[in-house]
Design a protein around this ligand. Structure first.
Ligand code: NAD
Ligand code: ZN
Length: 224
């Protein structure tokens, strides 16, 4: 299972690619980078603080809940890999989750690497300070141009190549290397299903491709 920003669209969280992807005239690609942070950390933190507040008022939707239910049925045979940083899968009850791109509700110390949960949005004034060493912290997310955690990626790849079925939901499949998980699964002979209202580079490879929003597509697949 791989999910992208599209699965949270029906919870009111805007995707990067598509309508509403702009903030004060800046594109996400110009804010979610190490260079943007080096240039203007306050601006980048303000953007993350705004997104963090949005995520905390959002609720998991039926698609998140159906995946949590599927995990309860499948147990250890189930793995959810997500590109999302919103934590909605966990709030819907998913437990076996790999967050390839980190989590927007946490910060990471620029000096000692310590991670800590952000205070509630109303009490939070960015940037946070490390409780261990007092240094400035950055959002605990993977930015454009940064590497994913190699161990997490290896676990995700292993799961995709040995699965019976791989399901890819709500990702534009252009952000590498997560985008290649579907392709790897397909080359390993795994049955590949895509759910996305738009076609993506993965669509021609999929054994089954549903042109539906996540909630409707998962209801069709899982009979929710
Ligand atoms: P993306 O923004 O590139 O693409 C979103 C995809 O979702 C598109 O293909 C679109 O057609 C599809 N979509 C739109 N509405 C949908 C719906 N109702 N149901 C199903 N699909 C729908 O997203 P991405 O591929 O995940 O990559 C963007 C990067 O942005 C990731 O690295 C991610 O970390 C980050 N991001 C995360 C969030 C989040 O956590 N919710 C939100 C925005 C961006
Ligand atoms: Zn520190």
């Amino acid at each position: 299972m791989l999910t992208g920003a599209g699965i949270s669209a029906e919870s009111g969280i805007v995707t990067f690619r598509g309508a509403g992807g702009l903030w004060e005239g800046f594109r996400p690609e110009d804010l979610a980078t190490p260079a943007a942070y080096a240039r203007d950390p306050e601006k980048v933190w303000r953007w993350y603080a705004m997104r963090y507040a949005q995520v905390m008022v959002a609720e998991p939707n039926l698609a998140h809940r159906l995946l949590a239910e599927l995990e309860r049925e499948k147990g250890d045979d189930f793995l959810l890999v997500t590109q999302n940083v919103d934590g909605l899968h966990q709030r819907a009850g998913s437990r076996r989750v790999i967050e390839l791109h980190g989590n927007i509700t946490r910060a990471r110390c620029e000096r000692c690497g310590h991670r800590q949960k952000l205070p509630p949005p109303v009490e939070f004034t960015p940037p946070p300070v490390c409780e261990r060493c007092g240094s400035r912290m950055r959002p605990d997310v993977v930015w454009f141009g940064e590497f994913l955690d190699a161990g997490l990626l290896a676990s995700a790849e292993r799961a995709f190549m040995t699965a019976e079925v791989a399901l890819v939901i709500g990702t534009s499949a252009v952000v590498e290397p997560a985008a290649s998980l579907g392709r790897m699964a397909r080359s390993a002979g795994v049955f590949l299903i895509e759910v996305n209202p738009e076609t993506t580079p993965l669509t021609p490879l999929a054994d089954l491709s549903l042109r539906d929003p996540a909630t409707k597509g998962l209801e069709k697949l899982l009979g929710g």
